[in-house]
Design a protein around this ligand. Structure first.
Ligand code: 6GU
Length: 269
């Protein structure tokens, strides 16, 4: 995979030299280039922003430096239309499913906006050369796209063949099956009066798998009940359904439905 990142703070992307992604680059699994937007300006002051039409606070990124920068990285691989990812709190949500989808691409380009954003006409113009996807990490505001790019490149990069040493570790992890991960423990089995759940010391692998699955449901119901609303109940075993029933969830029309709390007993008492 080839990745290009355009930013006015290229040093912000330095961590991509480290750890898993840094190793993947060294091994030639990922070709990653960071470009300074200012090198695509033509004025003495290397201006990248200007005041917004219509008034209002802050500055807007000028279109022409972006067009020059994006043209320089577009169509680098012949006959391919790279995906242009524009990090923005106004984008679609970045999810594990989107990470898997983007990991299939030949070339990704990330356009890191700063200030109030990039002149919208860049987004329109870029459709000619790219599949454009404004993407958000979540419902909060960052000062620019750089930190979001670090997160997305890590999430995507670790899915590329050969980047994660043991591909099995990709299978059993949070969100890969729409549930949060089960809790994990290591030695010692007793630590500061806190015990490892005895089932994990039992050697009974069937029971351990069942317990872990139950913990996934319990955690997800407690921390991220929204994930259960869209969970495909078709994949559930009888044991899964029992575990979910204990947590107050029934399967109705292939979907999970939280049972109504029965207040009637209290009300009539
Ligand atoms: Cl992807 N970019 C920016 N600038 N802010 C964000 C974001 C992205 N995701 C959440 N907040």
């Amino acid at each position: 995979m080839r990745i290009d990142v355009v930013s006015i703070f290229p040093e912000y992307l330095a961590p991509l030299e480290l750890s898993l992604i840094g190793k993947a680059r060294q091994d030639g699994l990922v070709e990653l280039n960071v470009h300074d937007l200012r090198t695509f300006t033509t004025d003495k002051h290397r201006t990248v922003d200007d005041t917004p039409y219509g008034g209002g606070a802050g500055m807007v990124m000028k279109p022409e430096p972006w067009a020059q920068a994006l043209e320089s990285v577009a169509g680098v691989r012949e006959g391919t239309k790279p995906v242009l990812i524009v990090p923005s709190p106004a984008g679609e949500r970045f999810t594990q499913a989107l990470a898997y989808e983007l990991a299939e691409e030949e070339q990704l380009v990330f356009a890191c906006g700063r200030y109030e954003g990039i002149d919208e006409r860049v987004i329109d113009w870029a459709q000619e050369h790219f599949t454009v996807r404004p993407v958000s990490l979540g419902d909060y505001v960052l000062n620019g796209g750089e930190v979001a790019v670090l997160a997305m490149v890590e999430a995507i990069g670790r899915l590329l063949p050969g980047v994660v040493g043991n591909p099995e570790s990709l299978v059993e992890e949070s969100h890969s099956d729409g549930l949060l991960e089960y809790p994990v423990y290591t030695k010692p089995s007793s630590w500061r009066d806190h015990e490892v759940p005895p089932v994990l010391l039992s050697g009974n692998h069937g029971k351990i798998a069942q317990w872990r699955r139950h913990e996934q449901f319990r955690r997800t119901a407690e921390r991220r009940p929204d994930l259960l609303d869209n969970f495909d109940a078709g994949q559930l075993s009888r044991a899964d359904r029992n575990a979910l029933a204990d947590l107050g969830y029934n399967v109705v029309d292939g979907r999970l439905r939280r049972r109504m709390e029965s207040n009637t007993a209290q009300q009539t008492r």
